[in-house]
Design a protein around this ligand. Structure first.
Ligand code: FE
Length: 219
């Protein structure tokens, strides 16, 4: 059982931590995320072909991940049990969604698909992406693993190939990537593929229940 003094000390530490987090949030450049959201909205308003979405969207995402001064700590928190997918924004018509993907050291996805276009930008740390094809139902690698580092942007889509496995490349610290998908990705019916040929349906959902407020920031 904790002594009274220890309980008060922990409460004070928590108070100081919450105060520090609030102060941190106050100075975050959430306008950068807002610019990405507005940019994708304007791009998709033009009903472009996928090739143009990926080309111009990559530039928008590169603009965002070249800065690391905007992601609130709540959406950058690793979880020792599994990698986290935090929803940062979903378009009102679900034309696109933006998520932060947070990896603790040693964490990796299973082999999985997306069924929609996606862009991946590395904000912090580094990831290794291994792409696969399934010519006869079994997943086989079709290219060397690709290491993505801070500022890099990668694209995927069913037309280009959208089956991969991703892992944190860093053994001793978290990595964070920002993804933009052509749907409300947390609600999309997708599949995990095992090396024995099994196909397991999944819907990812999101790790968070509240979104960052990107609209009230005067920056
Ligand atoms: Fe993926």
């Amino acid at each position: 059982m904790l002594m009274v003094g220890e309980t008060i000390r922990i409460a004070l530490l928590r108070f100081e931590w919450e105060k520090a987090m609030a102060a941190t949030d106050k100075f975050l450049r959430l306008d950068r995320l807002r610019a990405l959201v507005n940019g994708f909205g304007a791009l998709l308003d033009q009903k472009p072909i996928e090739e143009r979405i990926l080309a111009e969207g990559s530039l928008l995402l590169a603009d965002l991940v070249r800065h690391d001064d905007w992601l609130p700590p709540a959406f950058a928190a690793p979880n020792v049990d599994r990698y986290q997918q935090y929803l940062l924004h979903c378009d009102s018509r679900a034309r696109f969604s933006v998520v932060s993907f947070v990896w603790a050291p040693g964490q990796a996805t299973p082999i999985h698909d997306h069924t929609v276009w996606g862009l991946i930008g590395i904000l912090r740390g580094s990831e290794i992406a291994q792409s696969y094809i399934r010519p006869n139902g079994l997943p086989i690698v079709n290219a060397p693993p690709c290491r993505l580092s801070e500022g890099d942007v990668d694209a995927l889509s069913p037309a280009l190939g959208d089956i991969h496995k991703v892992s944190n490349a860093l053994p001793d610290q978290p990595s964070i990537s920002i993804h933009v998908y052509g749907a409300d990705i947390g609600a999309v019916h997708r599949s995990v593929f095992t090396t024995d040929g099994a196909v397991k349906p999944f819907i990812s959902g999101y790790a968070n229940e509240a979104l960052p407020n990107i609209w009230g920031n005067d920056c």
